[in-house]
Design a protein around this ligand. Structure first.
Ligand code: GLY
Length: 401
């Protein structure tokens, strides 16, 4: 079936689901998220013997466990920005000053990143999800300075001869060259923001160069992505596309494709360049075409053991959020189809099959972090929760509530 027909068909199914009483489910889901946030805060307080250690960030809950595994906010820990970001989103939903105070305390324990030499590309995830949302909601000038300083730090990883950011300096030897990973697309948002908000305007040139070179080399002919592109450190020439967290070099790792969908949609918003809008649709369409019935992908689209392979709810949450934005840029039936697909993803994630509900304080179950390393397989993972609440907020805004 062509993607146009597929999306139109999906749209009809969804419209009938919505008309059977599921409209407005996002309000209930946001109330659920607020309840889980309060459970997590209570748990963190209890674990701390009555006070919270604001440098310890919820990271994951293994399938067999019920309590958050927290990690210290150090430069090597890439996920520390998501929990503060969730608190900011929950504050946006509830307006509760107590949640805002918790958001501030967790956010501010990441301040050190703005004056620490860049460890790797994850600075955008770390600082834009936390300080970025905090600044968007409070306009605290100190937060703005942290973002600007961190953007400058991230830019130190840019290599002009290649034209992209070196994502993992520690892995140059392992991959045999300058490495750029698909996840890095998300960190470009902080560079674009800084370039427009008092930072060096050339930060936007870095982001555009990175997005363009990634577009040229990090996708196969069918628009599925390689997790990692390896470039010659001296000449900048593309050497190879490989995987790190996916199943094989030739397969579509679900979250990698999700980062591409989100990243090119965001780059279109930030630059207005239609090549990004066209590309965002191409990388989206191949993802949508191959989804299973419940719209939540297997962790890799060619994972061994499908249909019993683990899912990746985090990819579904990232894509749902991205498609709610992309739908606003694409006219007609196709744009409507993207919105309807995003709603279907969120409805699936909001069902008892994917919500943690009373079993644990996370929002979602069934994400897969790093299957080849047997790490965070079929678990609750903090970034799934971050993009889930972000997507619910976007849907609420689209529905005019
Ligand atoms: N950025 C690492 C991941 O998506 O797992």
């Amino acid at each position: 079936m062509s993607i146009r027909n597929w999306i139109a068909g999906a749209g009809l199914l969804l419209l009938s689901a919505c008309s059977s009483g599921e409209q407005g489910f996002e309000e209930e889901a946001l109330r659920y998220c607020d309840n889980q946030v309060r459970r997590t805060l209570a748990e963190l307080k209890e674990v701390g013997g009555g006070s919270i250690d604001y440098t310890m960030m919820p990271r994951n809950i293994a399938d067999s466990l019920t309590v958050w595994h927290c990690r210290k906010a150090v430069k090597e820990e890439w996920c520390s920005g998501f929990w503060p970001g969730i608190l900011w989103y929950d504050y946006e939903v509830t307006g509760d000053e107590a949640i805002r105070q918790e958001a501030e305390k967790f956010t501010e324990s990441l301040e050190f990143l703005s004056h620490t030499p860049a460890y790797d590309h994850d600075l955008g995830f770390l600082v834009f999800c936390s300080y970025g949302n905090g600044y968007r909601l409070t306009h605290n000038p100190a937060y703005k300075q942290v973002i600007l300083d961190t953007a400058d730090s991230l830019a130190t990883l840019y290599r002009p001869v290649v034209g992209t950011i070196l994502s993992w300096p520690r892995n140059v030897g392992m991959f045999g060259g300058h490495n750029t990973i698909m996840d890095n697309m998300i960190n470009l948002e902080m560079l674009m923001w800084a370039s427009k908000n008092g930072g060096d305007p050339s930060l936007a040139d870095i982001a555009i160069s990175h997005a363009d070179k990634t577009m040229r080399h990090q996708f196969r002919e069918d628009y599925t992505s390689y997790h990692v592109a390896v470039y010659d450190t001296l000449t900048g020439d593309f050497i190879k596309g490989v995987t790190h967290q996916g199943y094989a070099d030739s397969t579509m790792w679900a979250r990698g494709q999700a980062w591409a969908i989100y990243g090119y949609t965001m780059m279109y918003r930030e630059t207005g360049l239609t090549r990004y809008l066209d590309f965002a649709q191409k990388v989206t369409d191949v993802y949508l075409q191959r989804l299973p019935e419940d719209y939540v992908p297997y962790w890799d689209f060619d994972a061994p053991g499908i249909p019993d392979a683990p899912r990746d709810a985090s990819a579904a949450a990232i894509v749902a959020s991205a498609l709610l934005e992309l739908a606003g840029y694409v006219q007609g039936e196709k744009g409507a189809g993207y919105k309807e697909a995003a709603i279907k993803m969120l409805q699936s994630l909001s069902s008892e099959a994917y919500q943690s509900r009373t079993s644990k304080p996370s929002f979602l179950l069934h994400s897969t972090g790093h299957w080849p390393c047997h790490s965070e397989v079929d678990a609750s993972i903090i970034y799934a929760d971050y993009y889930y609440i972000e997507a619910l907020l976007r849907l609420k805004a689209l529905n005019g509530k």
